[in-house]
Design a binder for this molecule. Sequence first.
Ligand SMILES: CC(C)(COP(=O)(O)OP(=O)(O)OC[C@H]1O[C@@H](n2cnc3c(N)ncnc32)[C@H](O)[C@@H]1OP(=O)(O)O)[C@@H](O)C(=O)NCCC(=O)NCCS
Length: 318
Amino acid sequence: MTAVPPQPTLTDGEITLRPWRDDDVDLAPALEDEQIAHWSGSPRVSTRDDLAAAVRRWHEQYDDDRSVVNFAVELAGVDGPVGTVEVRRCPDGVGDVRWTTYKPFRGRRVAPRAVRMLASYAFTELGLERLHAEVDAENRPSSRVALRAGFRREGVLRGSATLGGERRDMIVYGLRRDDPAPDTVLGWTTLMDSVLPKKRVIAHVVVRDTGGRVLLCTTSYKRDLELPGGAVEPGEDPLTAARRELVEEPVAAGHHHRRRARDPLRGLVHHRRARRPGLPTERPPAPAGARRARPRPPAPRRQAVLNPRPAVSGRSGT
Ligand SMILES: CC(C)(COP(=O)(O)OP(=O)(O)OC[C@H]1O[C@@H](n2cnc3c(N)ncnc32)[C@H](O)[C@@H]1OP(=O)(O)O)[C@@H](O)C(=O)NCCC(=O)NCCS
């Protein structure tokens, strides 16, 4: 067996994944809450002794040919861990991924960013070919983490786990090493295909000014410019859908200029991630006979720019 390299510290400047330190066990237990205990099936939140034992185990498992690699997650400007991410090696180049963010730091996209960094580490340093995660069907925040980290929804394992003595459905999310990045057209479309109906109609609209310039949008989720528009809803005709999207999305020039006045960065064509990407919501099926609100497509975030070129070729988006 080749020598195991020391566990690295990985950072993107704001999120850092690093090995656990002994002094973490004085800070982290106070940050655990009942949500963590609930979704991990523990009868209670971890004590200092529980965490100290876990840290010892993680170091041993790392040294044991990296069978499990668990990182403490740090956030710039915060002392001590704000969460954890872990990859557990399974046979055949597969890794099982888990994540947690401590309560005071939730809602800041810590987990999706940390999971993306972990995935990159697992594919390069550990040489894994596929990562997967199983998320309780009712744990919506965790499902959002999987999608935001670029994992596709692959299916439901009905009744495959128990929680509090109850049999639970688990959703499987998967990411392969060769999957296209989610901020590319193909990557985004395949991610959306994993959670939305695959047959959907998209309507785009060409808006030109008197100078022949065409209105294009930057999006927060992919690199390419696109025409304003979006998914046609059930019972809607494409023209109505395109008009509705034009009004609903911040693409109209007036709206755009108002937004620019508040935040000049948001008007820049290349400022693609000015807002959080819209993701589809996974809804439970409606009971038979129930009237449901019209399903809404994911809300892509767009910003408008007038293309100085006189014409563009139309292309369908997601
Ligand atoms: C699931 C979890 C890891 C999400 O981590 P995070 O760093 O908050 O991730 P995000 O910031 O991307 O938030 C994920 C979703 O949770 C929502 N959310 C949940 N709790 C929140 C809170 N206290 N404050 C703000 N947002 C919260 C977010 O709005 C987001 O939903 P959205 O995509 O519709 O906006 C974290 O809530 C957690 O550790 N929960 C308890 C344990 C658990 O479920 N672990 C995973 C087991 S598979």
